[in-house]
Design a protein around this ligand. Structure first.
Ligand code: ADP
Length: 490
């Protein structure tokens, strides 16, 4: 295998990117392109699957040319937005419809009726997931029921379904139809302990098994990108869903290690080792990775509103000009006064799962100003994370420390507040592109650069800043009491 770089394709929700990594984790080149978002009806979110492919290819070609061609690329790794469903014709490779994006809520009623029929317990036991439109299976069913081209292809036996890594691999390889276990574990079709989609689950959701991809490991000789695309055949040796990739990029490789990504929302995943996670607190059980057929599991909890609260302060309230300004404002006052914000602007996610909850700003007085509100907004991240930490602990995953990343983690005040409120050391790597790094580590493992992920992490991860808890018990208890009161009002 020639080449001393790894090409990572990171197909996200708002943009798709390519990055070239060297074996020491340094990045030689990056390219990024925006993705069009389609909102045909309230609650519907679609992508153009052809655009995902073409823009990803364009990014790959751009970075490849920056290092003088594909001779310098050893392997490809893929990270992707999860749960999003693509339908295509397996003979021609052409999409049959727009992709239905993970955020799309059009199948809410279908999920409700499956819950009413009493299916949720069985689905949760087998897949670790809940009956929610977020996951792929009901989106697949919707396409079969409502899209003529998809229905016709199903009849003709030419239909292929896949999540985004599956779609990109099919196009890159000109016809290999696979999905890695981390992505497949988000579809509601793959039991946590099974190597293939479950016929009973496929029947429950009305999904034809023959249209689904084969499930593969997260690293190894998975497929090959055809020479047409980058000038040379290149093996695809690593892939994972974005949150699992970030967990690997944060080197959460041992049971109990946990990361939180603070972007638009916040995603927390804890490595659970080879024990299938069983949540009694409405956290999700998911496949972190599958290597050599052996699975490592994760427990996952998502908070819907994190950085988007800061965007709201900026764009709707006009309280700040930039997100970064919240740090200075938070530091400019001794406390938030009694101001407490519950950022339930889009309902509450884990562990509350209250879709109908709405935001609250409690404890306002004449001394409450911009600074107190900005500080309370940042404090709400620690409060929401505290609720998750409590649920994780109750499900058997007590955190010993927390590794953070995502755009919002750049805020030092918030990082310190997290350490203070959780009473745990909080680590933030210098290189915060953990999703891409995780895909690079998997690709490096898969092409034989390292014997295991621990070695890949040692070689490819840089230093981290550490924030240690400094708040006294009394202040912490007082803040949490205020949070609980405000939460009850939400
Ligand atoms: P995503 O990947 O979900 O698009 P990012 O990881 O790029 O999000 O993070 C962007 C979010 O982080 C925005 O919502 C923004 O408001 C918030 N953000 C960025 N920098 C800061 C900061 N210094 N302090 C607080 N919030 C920030």
């Amino acid at each position: 295998m020639t080449g001393d770089h790894l090409l990572v394709l990171d197909a996200g929700t708002t943009s798709t990117r390519a990055m070239l990594f060297a074996g020491d984790g340094t990045v030689a080149a990056t390219a990024s392109r925006a993705l069009s978002q389609f909102y045909p009806k309230p609650g519907w979110v679609e992508h153009d699957a052809q655009q995902i492919w073409l823009e990803t290819l364009a990014c790959a070609r751009e970075v490849t040319s920056k290092i003088g061609g594909a001779a310098n690329i050893a392997a490809i790794g893929i990270a992707n937005q999860r749960e999003t469903v693509v339908a295509w014709n397996r003979d021609t490779g052409e999409p049959l419809s727009r992709a239905i994006v993970w955020q799309d809520r059009r199948t809410a009623r279908m999920c409700q009726s499956l819950r009413d029929d009493g299916h949720e317990t069985m689905v949760q036991q087998r897949t670790g997931l809940l009956l929610d439109p977020y996951f792929s299976a009901t989106k697949v069913r919707w396409l079969l029921d409502n899209d003529d081209a998809v229905a016709a292809a199903a009849k003709a036996g030419t239909l292929a379904f896949g999540t985004v890594e599956s779609w990109l691999t099919f196009r890159l390889s000109k016809g290999v139809h696979l999905s890695d276990a981390s992505n497949a574990s988000r579809t509601l079709l793959l039991p946590l302990d099974s190597a293939a989609p479950d016929p009973e689950l496929c029947a429950l959701f009305g999904v034809p098994e023959q249209a689904l991809p084969r499930i593969c490991d997260n690293a190894g000789a998975l497929a090959e990108a055809d020479a047409e695309w980058l000038g040379r055949t290149i093996p695809i040796t690593g892939m994972a869903g974005d949150q699992q990739a970030a967990t690997i990029g944060q080197a959460c490789l041992a049971p109990g290690e946990v990361k939180a990504t603070y972007g638009t929302g916040a995603f927390v995943l804890a490595n659970m080792g080879d024990t299938i996670p069983r949540s009694s607190h409405r956290l999700l059980g998911t496949v972190l990775m599958q290597l050599g057929g052996r699975r490592t599991y994760a427990l996952e909890g998502s908070v819907f509103v994190a950085g988007s609260l800061i965007q709201w302060l900026r764009d709707e309230l006009g309280l700040i000009k930039t997100a970064a300004e919240t740090e200075e404002l938070a530091r400019s006052v001794e406390s938030s006064g009694e101001v407490t914000i519950v950022p339930a602007l889009a309902g509450l996610g884990a562990p509350h799962w209250k879709a109908e909850a709405r935001g609250v700003i409690a404890g306002l007085s004449f001394s409450s100003g911009r600074a107190q509100i900005a500080r309370a907004a940042l404090e709400s991240m620690a409060h929401q994370t505290w609720d998750l930490a409590t649920a994780f602990a109750a499900d058997g995953a007590r955190w010993a420390n927390l590794r953070i990343d995502g755009g919002m983690s750049a805020n030092d005040w918030m990082a310190q507040d997290l350490a203070d409120m959780l009473d745990l050391p909080v680590e933030r790597p210098e290189f915060v592109e953990t999703t891409a790094l995780g895909a690079a580590m998997l690709a490096a493992l898969g092409c034989g650069w390292f014997p295991d992920l621990a070695e890949a992490a040692k070689a490819m991860r840089g230093n981290a800043a550490c924030f240690t808890p400094q708040l006294d018990q009394g202040q912490r208890a007082e803040r949490l009491a205020r949070w609980r009161k405000a939460l009850a009002a939400a």
